[in-house]
Design a protein around this ligand. Structure first.
Ligand code: GLC
Ligand code: CA
Length: 534
């Protein structure tokens, strides 16, 4: 088995991981200094959110130079030293490539604004509709809110599926293709082991940019068949390197069948299965999502890829801290309902611990978002004036967006910045809650009941119990219990309100919470050793 088929990948949101120079913003030096922490956690690889020069219209997903390092994060030399250090510790390094759009400060867009010959062809400029051309060229909305079109001084419109500072590239243009293939090689040559592909389903738009109309599940800007040819080209580049270089797709598509198309043998290696993080804490739904994800990945011989949390969605503890929806969450994370129901973080944390054991027992690869291993909750009460996510402004101040899962990590101590920055530094770029000392790395380090300790134990046991254990064989089929056997081990999860009996003569190797012999309490998971063959 190749490393990427079973890896546990830790997502580093670099802005909020560790700040070395005291400006309140995470940086490469801070990340480098905490590499021993990551190695001790027992992960196989890190994926780092964009670290390229950026005006930060969208926290680095607006890239102005794909071959550089954001000055507030460090230098190219530091990045190279980081890659070398990670490799010395046995960790692979995955970067984030943002091919759907550039920053509006990128030299290409600046040339387009000046209307230099041919420069606008690299983006999606169109004339407006209406008598004076003052209506957007089509009905597409930005993911962050408002129209997906903005107008430049001479009256032309350009497409931005995200913020106005993130103009969409025209992937029909040969220079766009050549440029990104070259960027891949630039970083592969520096030893980078792979790329997470941002908005991998967005690059190619339907011919003529037609209106979306009332379509609910499909969108002319997403998941167009033409995108696959791009990834065949990328795969050919990756395959020229040894050791192997890999891709992970961020592709929000309507079904596992559509997702599998990105994973055909001459395209990408893995793709996030987002239904797993959209699923409520209900055994039935989780079982259905798991079966579906495995079947989809298997149909093309790819490893399923489990993700419970990332920098775009409310933290797992908080998603599980209230009554659970009946089915997969569609959008907005039910924040309007959340406003009416008090969060019970202890409950959410028990469930998140149990779900971590479920995630790490499944076949394939798993992603852990920084702070998940500390059991951090979403910060839901940020003051409006500190919010940074463009969603807040673009939604007309109706959607608070994603800042609450991007708060700087607590490392030690009882007051902000909790060791995130050195003492006496500038305030952190987003404020940390007052009670986060209890969740710091230092507070959990030697506590055997801590979330951190659970992750360390699970990651240490995972290679022996699960990595080579083969297919999932379901053991029970009730709305509250989820149980499966893989190889010699079993994983049991109780999402209901009453305890369930565990099979006799099995011993619990690891449990997500306290339990009496032979029973699994509500909101708890356990890994069991299978009976000896007789
Ligand atoms: C992806 C990123 C998200 C970003 C968006 C636009 O969804 O994960 O953070 O805002 O792409 O680049
Ligand atoms: Ca810094």
């Amino acid at each position: 088995m190749q490393w990427w088929e079973s890896a546990v990948v830790y997502q580093v949101y670099i802005r909020s991981f560790a700040d070395d120079n005291g400006d309140g913003i995470g940086d490469i030096a801070g990340l480098r200094s905490r590499l021993p922490y990551l190695a001790a956690l027992g992960i196989d690889a890190v994926w780092i959110n964009p670290w390229y020069p950026s005006p930060m219209a969208d926290a680095g997903y607006d890239v102005s130079d794909y071959r550089g390092i954001e000055p507030s994060y460090g230098t190219l030399g530091e990045a190279e030293a980081f890659i070398a250090d990670a490799h010395t510790l046995g960790l692979k390094v995955i970067l984030d490539i943002v091919p759907n759009h550039t920053s509006d400060q990128h030299e290409w867009f600046q040339a387009a604004l000046r209307d230099e010959p041919g420069a606008r062809q690299r983006y999606l400029f169109r004339s407006g509709r209406g008598a004076d051309g003052d209506l957007p060229p089509n009905d597409w909305g930005s993911i962050f809110g408002g129209p997906a079109w903005s107008r430049v001084a001479d009256g032309s419109w350009y497409l931005h599926l995200f913020a106005p500072g993130q103009p969409d590239l025209n992937w029909e243009h040969p220079q766009v293709r050549a440029e990104f293939e070259d960027v891949l090689g630039f970083w592969f040559d520096k030893g980078v082991d792979g790329f997470r592909i941002d908005v991998a389903h967005g690059l190619v738009k339907a011919e003529g940019l037609p209106d979306r109309g009332n379509a609910k599940t499909t969108h002319p800007a997403f998941d167009q068949d033409g995108v696959h040819e791009i990834y065949r080209g990328w795969r050919a580049i990756a395959d020229q390197y040894a050791p192997q270089r890999v891709f992970i797709a961020e592709a929000w598509v309507p079904s596992s069948e559509r997702l599998a198309r990105y994973l055909r043998s001459d395209e990408l290696h893995t793709a996030f299965q987002f239904d797993f993080l959209r699923a409520p804490w209900r055994a039935e739904t989780l079982r259905a999502v798991i079966d579906d994800a495995i079947a989809g990945a298997e149909s093309v011989g790819a490893p399923p890829t489990w993700v419970l949390s990332n920098h775009d969605v409310p933290r797992t503890v908080t998603r599980y801290a209230r009554s659970q929806p009946a089915s997969l969450v569609e959008s907005e994370w039910e924040r309007s309902r959340w406003a009416e129901e008090q969060a019970d973080h202890d409950l959410g944390r028990r469930r998140a611990r149990a779900c971590a054991l479920l995630q790490l027992a499944l076949p394939g690869t798993a992603y852990v978002y920084q702070g998940e291993e500390l059991g951090l909750e979403e910060v839901e009460d940020l003051p409006d004036e500190v919010r940074q996510d463009p969603t807040w402004v673009q939604s007309g101040f109706t959607d608070v967006g994603r800042d609450g899962c991007r708060i700087p990590l607590p490392w030690a101590g009882n007051t902000a910045p909790y060791g995130f920055s050195p003492p006496g530094g500038a305030p952190t770029w987003l404020p940390q809650p007052e009670h986060w000392g209890a969740h710091s790395v230092a507070a959990q380090q030697d506590d055997v009941d801590s979330v951190l300790h659970l992750y360390r134990q699970a990651l240490a046991l995972r290679p022996g119990l699960w990595v080579e254990a083969g297919a999932v064989r379901w053991l029970v089929n009730t709305p509250e219990a989820l149980a499966f056997q893989r190889g010699a081990a079993q994983c049991w999860v109780n999402t209901g309100d009453t305890e369930i009996a565990l099979p006799e003569r099995l011993s619990v190797i690891l449990a997500s919470g306290p339990h009496a012999v032979g029973v699994l309490p509500p909101d708890t998971a356990a890994w069991l050793a299978a009976p000896c063959e007789s």
